[in-house]
Unconditional design. Sequence first.
Length: 269
Amino acid sequence: MLILLPPSETKRDGGAGSPLALEHLRFPSLTAVRTDVVSALVELAADHESAVKALKLGPKQAGEVERNRTLRTAPTMRALERYTGVLYDALDAGSLSEREWAVAADAVAVQSALLGLVGAADPIPAYRLSFDSRLSLHHGAASLKKRWATAGAAALAEQDGLLLDLRSAGYAALAPLPDREGAHYVRVLARDETGHVRALNHFNKQAKGLLARALVEAGAAFESTADLLAWAAAEGYELRLTGDGSRDLELVVPEVRGEPGRLMAALRV
């Protein structure tokens, strides 16, 4: 089983790991594209003004350019520890046990705009690059989607077993899921007290982080969609196929007074 997470705009500073070594990252078939994108971002960062414009940074974000300029020499830390924000706060990698870290290292990957798919325990530096960022101000320069999509899709096509995609649409486009049984995109919905189901907005990332945490704690060793759905039902989670002919899954979260209720509490246990 492989759980696919989006990255976050915010990254934790520092790290105790050696500088970035592309050849040591998971999914080695992506090394050539990684090299190209890293080189392009470092080159862009050499021109501060151009980098600020290309990355659409505000005055308080100008320091992000320095992060990119020093990508190759900056210290690293494990990917799940590097990313911050709502999803990663909910996943809470800092409290994972050694056994759970071993599970996550095998069963969780993050979709980086800079490095493509990276393993949960892959050592990475802090950086600033989003799926819709530009690596050049020149008209006609290849987008990140064009750079990553073919190689990313091929890397996922090589993966056996369940693929559970918790990425946002923009990041999912950098490595599209293969069209096969057991490859599922997950949508998060909320059911209010009247039974009405709607898209979950603010708490969407939190629900995904808590689900990923629960799957890691459970060992993430499900061999089929049926196994996954049976586990979810036994744990009291409403995870279901959409029924519209697609392979999408829906995670339905009880909503209480505008906030996810019972499922959120259950996933925190």
